[in-house]
Design a binder for this molecule. Structure first.
Ligand SMILES: [Fe+2]
Length: 371
C-alpha cells in the first residue's frame, strides 16, 4: 500500500504569508487557510487515524540534510564496540550517549497481553516475535530547551560527544531542530483536521523532553530474513518522526489490522502516532503499531550496498516528540465527550510516561521510549 505523501509547502507558505501580512500575533485561523488547505489538514488527521502513520515532504528538511546525518551516524556505528562503549552511560540509565545492542527490550517480548493479541491475529498479518532484546544500537541526544522547574526532573546529564566527530553537535542539533519544526507543523495540521484549535497540541509540546534517538543495526552481521531489529510495539510519546532509512524494513499495522511494509520516498519523512496522541484524542487516533525486520526488500538493499561498497549499517534517524512532562494529558475538546474518554483519565504526561515504562519493567532502567 502506498501512503499518500503530504507536501507541507503550501501550508508553510500560507503561514509565512499571513505572518508577513503583519499580524504575527494573531493565530492563523481556519478562515485564513482556505478550503484546499483545510482539506489537506483533514487528510493529515485522517491518515494518522486510519494508518497510525504519515508520509510528508517538508521543504525545510532536504534529502541532503538527511544524508549528512546518516553519513555521520554510519561512520559512528561502524566504529569498534570498544570505541562506542566510551559513550555508554549506564549509570545515567542510558538517557544520553550510546545504548549498545542487546539492552533495549521490545514490549512484545515481555508483555503477555500483547503476545496473546499477536497470537489471535491472522497469520498473514502477524508480527515477527523477537527471541530476545533488540540487536540494535541507539544514540540519545536531547533536542530543544527543558523546563526550568518540573515535577519530573530529568537527569541533567551533559550531552555526550564522541571523540573525532567535530561535526557531531551541529549535525545532531541541526537535523533535530529541523525535524521538530516538521513535527510542529504536522501537529498543527492534525489539530485543525480534528476540529481542534490550531495550537491544541503544539502548546502542550513546549519544553517537552524531545529526543533524537537514531538507531544503528548491523546488517552485515544480522542480515538474515526475518531478523527482528525492533519488535512489534507502539511508541509511548506524542509523535515520532524518522528520516528515510537507506534500508527498508519498517512494517506498520493499519487501524483495520492489516500489515503494510512502508516505502519512504527519497526526500520524505515518516511520522508515527504515539500513545500520547491517542490519549489526547480519546482513542480516535490510536498509537500506530510497528516493527523493523529484515525483509526481502532489505536483503536486496544489502546486496546493492555490498556491490557499491557502502555501509551495511541500517541507520534510523528517529526523533521522539513528547508532550511536556508537567502538561496535563487528557482528551481535548470534543474528544472529551466521547464514551471512550473514560479510558483515558487525566494525568501529567510525565506520570503517564513513568506508568508506561513501569508496565514493561523499564522504569529506572531507561527513561525513554523503547522501540
Ligand atoms: Fe517505535
Amino acid at each position: 500500500m502506498e501512503l499518500p505523501v503530504i507536501d507541507l509547502g503550501p501550508y508553510l507558505e500560507c503561514s509565512a504569508k499571513f505572518i508577513a501580512d503583519g499580524a504575527p500575533k494573531t493565530p492563523l485561523g481556519l478562515d485564513d487557510l482556505g478550503p484546499e488547505l483545510r482539506d489537506l489538514c483533514s487528510v493529515v488527521s485522517e491518515t494518522l487515524r486510519d494508518t497510525g502513520a504519515l508520509l510528508i515532504k517538508d521543504p525545510r528538511c532536504s534529502a541532503e540534510d538527511n544524508d549528512r546525518f546518516l553519513d555521520m551516524m554510519e561512520k559512528y556505528f561502524e566504529k569498534s564496540d570498544e570505541f562506542k562503549r566510551q559513550q555508554e552511560r549506564p549509570h545515567l540509565h542510558y538517557q544520553v550517549g550510546v545504548t549498545p545492542e542487546g539492552v533495549e527490550v521490545p514490549r512484545s517480548f515481555v508483555d503477555e497481553e500483547l503476545q496473546n493479541m499477536i497470537n489471535m491475529m491472522p497469520e498473514e498479518f502477524r508480527p515477527s516475535i523477537p527471541m530476545g532484546p533488540d540487536p540494535k544500537w541507539r544514540y540519545m541526544w536531547r533536542v530543544g530547551p527543558r523546563p526550568p522547574s518540573t515535577h519530573f526532573q530529568e537527569l541533567n546529564s551533559e550531552p555526550v560527544i564522541p571523540e573525532g566527530f567535530p561535526e557531531w553537535k551541529d549535525t545532531m542539533d541541526s537535523w533535530g531542530s529541523k525535524m521538530i519544526s516538521a513535527i510542529e507543523v504536522v501537529a498543527e495540521m492534525t489539530a485543525i483536521g480534528f476540529g481542534l484549535p490550531k495550537d491544541a497540541f503544539t502548546s502542550l509540546m513546549i519544553r517537552g523532553p524531545h529526543l533524537l534517538a537514531p538507531t544503528g543495526s548491523d546488517l552485515g552481521r544480522y542480515g538474515d530474513e526475518g531478523m527482528v531489529f525492533a519488535g512489534y510495539h507502539y511508541d509511548l510519546n506524542f509523535l515520532t518522526i524518522h528520516g528515510r532509512s537507506r534500508f527498508p524494513g519498517l512494517n506498520i499495522w493499519l487501524r483495520n489490522g492489516r500489515k503494510v511494509e512502508v516505502k519512504v520516498p527519497v526526500g520524505c519523512l515518516i511520522f508515527q502516532a504515539g500513545k500520547e496522541l491517542e490519549w489526547l484524542t480519546a482513542g480516535e487516533c490510536t498509537a500506530g503499531m510497528h516493527e523493523v525486520v529484515v525483509t526481502k526488500q532489505t536483503i536486496a538493499a544489502i546486496e546493492s550496498a555490498r556491490l557499491k561498497n557502502q555501509s551495511l549499517w541500517r541507520v534510523s534517524s528517529t526523533l521522539f516528540a513528547h508532550i511536556a512532562s508537567d502538561a496535563m494529558l487528557k482528551p481535548l475538546g470534543h474528544f472529551a465527550e466521547l464514551p471512550s474518554s473514560s479510558k483515558y483519565p487525566a494525568m501529567c504526561a510525565g506520570e503517564f510516561v513513568e506508568l508506561e515504562l513501569s508496565a514493561i519493567n523499564l522504569k529506572g532502567k531507561k527513561k525513554q521510549e523503547v522501540s
